[in-house]
Design a protein around this ligand. Structure first.
Ligand SMILES: Cc1ncc(COP(=O)(O)O)c(C=O)c1O
Length: 429
C-alpha cells in the first residue's frame, strides 16, 4: 500500500527523490531549528561565507589597492555581480547592477521614470503592496508637486489577499503615467503575471516597473523579453546575501540613454570617473544609476551565493519550490483545515499564481500560534492581522521539515499551547 500523505515515509520518499537535496549541506542551518523564513532572510551558505572572507582578506592585505587589484577589483564589483545575477531574472548583463538598497533604488528609478505628462499624472500600484513601496511612491509624487491622494491609484483587492490582474489592467487608463507593482504580494504570496501586465502597460503607453524582492531567486523571470521598463529586488531573501546587503537595480536597455535622476559619481563611465570632471557622464548601462561607492562589505557574500543558485539552476529551484508549497498546502488542508484547527490557505492554490511562501491564516490566534511555533524551534514569521508565513526553501529545506511543522502546528492547537503567549507583537515578528 502506498504511504499516506501525512506519513513520515511519504516525506522521506520525497526527500530521497529530491535532486537538490545535496545543496542543504552547503548552508549553515541554525542548530535545533526548522528554518522556514528564507522569504524574509535567507540563510548563509558556505560559499557566501568564503566570498565574504575573501574580501576581508583583500582589505587586510591590500588596503585601498583592493579597488583595482586582485582577481576581483572592487571598482568593478557592482557590474560584475549584476552580470552574474542577470540569468536569474532574464536580464542582459549590463541591464542589472548590484547597488544601493531596495527602497533607495525605488526612489532613484521613480524619480527618473515618473514624468507628469498632460493628463498622465498618476502612478498605479496596489492596495496590498509592501509599505516601503507605497511610502516611496507617495514621497516621489509630493516631490513633483502632486497630491498622493489623487495621483496614487491603489488597485483594491476583492478578497483582502490577492489582486486580480484584470483589475489592474482595467485601471491602466490614460491618466496613468507609470505602474509600479510587486512581483509577489508579500503577505499572501500571490505571483503576478508580469508578462501580461507589462504587455498591457506598453500597449497603453504606460511605463511599468516591478519590485521583485519576493520572486528573485525562487521564480524564473524574463524581464527583458517581457519588456519590463525597470525593476528592483533585495539580495537578502531567496538570494541569501545576508541582512541589509546591497540590492539590485534592473534597467531595460531601451532606457540606457535616459538620465539618472539621482546622479552620483559611481554612475559615471568607468573610464573617466577618476578624471574628476564636474560634468557627470553616466555609463550607458544600469551601472549609470549607481550613486555612491559600492558597499563592498555589504556586497561581498553575493558572488558565493549566486554560484550556489547558478549551480542548482533557477528552473530546478522553481520546480522544487512548487512541489514543496503544494505538499505543505495539501498537508495543511488535510490536517489543519477543519475545527478545532481552522487554518485557511491565503495563497493561491494554482501553483502558477504563487511565489515561494505559503500564507496560513488563522481567524483568531495567528500571532500566538506563531510564537508557540518559534518556542518549538520553528522559524516562521507573522504578518498582521492573521497570517503565518512559511517558506520552504528548495536549497536548504526538506519535505520532512515541512511535515514536522504541520504536525507541530497540530500539536500546538491540540494542547492549547499558544495560550501561554501574550497577544502583544514583538518589534520584529
Ligand atoms: C517587497 C519588498 N520591498 C522592499 C522591502 C524592503 O526594502 P529595503 O531593502 O529597502 O529595506 C521588502 C522587505 O521585506 C519587501 O518585502
Amino acid at each position: 500500500m502506498a504511504p499516506s500523505l501525512t506519513s513520515e515515509a511519504f516525506a522521506a520518499a520525497l526527500d530521497r527523490a529530491d535532486p537538490l537535496a545535496r545543496f542543504r549541506r552547503r548552508f549553515h542551518v541554525p542548530r535545533g531549528t526548522i528554518y522556514m523564513d528564507g522569504n524574509s532572510l535567507g540563510l548563509l551558505s558556505r560559499d557566501a561565507e568564503r566570498s565574504l572572507n575573501r574580501v576581508l582578506g583583500v582589505w587586510r592585505t591590500r588596503g585601498v589597492r583592493g579597488w583595482i587589484e586582485g582577481p576581483d577589483p572592487w571598482f568593478y564589483a557592482a557590474e560584475k555581480t549584476g552580470a552574474a545575477a542577470a540569468p536569474l531574472v532574464g536580464a542582459r548583463p549590463d541591464e542589472l547592477i548590484f547597488t544601493g538598497t531596495t527602497t533607495v533604488n525605488i526612489h532613484a528609478l521613480i524619480a527618473a521614470f515618473y514624468e507628469r505628462r498632460g493628463r498622465r499624472t498618476r502612478i498605479l500600484a496596489d492596495a496590498l503592496d509592501f509599505p516601503t513601496d507605497i511610502y516611496a511612491l507617495r514621497s516621489q509624487i509630493e516631490l513633483r508637486g502632486g497630491d498622493p491622494e489623487a495621483d496614487l491609484l491603489l488597485v483594491p483587492s476583492r478578497d483582502g489577499r490577492t489582486i486580480e490582474e484584470e483589475d489592474i489592467v482595467e485601471r491602466m487608463t490614460p491618466e496613468v503615467a507609470l505602474a509600479f507593482l510587486p512581483s509577489v504580494l508579500y503577505r499572501s504570496g500571490q505571483l503576478f503575471d508580469m508578462e501580461r501586465l507589462s504587455r498591457e502597460a506598453r500597449r497603453r503607453g504606460i511605463l511599468i516597473g516591478f519590485d521583485c524582492s519576493h520572486s528573485a531567486g525562487i521564480v524564473p523571470h524574463c524581464l527583458s523579453r517581457w519588456g519590463v521598463d525597470f525593476a528592483v529586488f533585495c539580495g537578502y531573501k531567496y538570494l541569501n546575501g545576508g541582512p541589509g546587503c546591497s540590492a539590485f537595480l534592473y534597467l531595460n536597455r531601451r532606457h540606457f540613454g535616459r538620465k539618472p535622476a539621482l546622479a552620483g559619481w559611481f554612475g559615471n563611465k568607468k573610464a573617466s570617473q577618476f578624471d574628476m570632471s564636474l560634468d557627470f557622464d553616466p555609463a550607458r548601462a544600469a551601472g549609470g544609476w549607481q550613486i555612491s561607492s559600492p558597499a563592498i562589505l555589504g556586497s561581498a557574500t553575493m558572488p558565493g551565493s549566486l554560484a550556489v543558485l547558478g549551480e542548482a539552476g533557477i528552473g530546478m529551484i522553481r520546480e522544487k519550490s512548487i512541489r514543496m508549497t503544494s505538499y505543505l498546502i495539501d498537508l495543511v488542508k488535510t490536517e489543519l483545515g477543519g475545527p478545532p484547527y481552522d487554518f485557511n490557505i491565503g495563497t493561491p492554490l494554482d501553483p502558477r499564481r504563487r511565489g515561494g511562501h505559503v500564507a496560513l491564516e488563522h481567524p483568531r490566534e495567528a500571532l500566538r500560534i506563531n510564537e508557540a511555533l518559534k518556542a518549538r524551534g520553528v522559524v516562521p514569521d507573522f504578518r498582521p492581522p492573521n497570517v503565518i508565513r512559511l517558506a520552504p526553501v528548495p536549497l536548504y529545506n526538506t519535505y520532512r521539515e515541512i511535515r514536522r511543522v504541520v504536525l507541530q502546528l497540530k500539536d500546538i492547537i491540540d494542547r492549547g499551547e499558544f495560550r501561554a503567549f501574550p497577544r502583544r507583537r514583538k518589534a520584529v515578528s
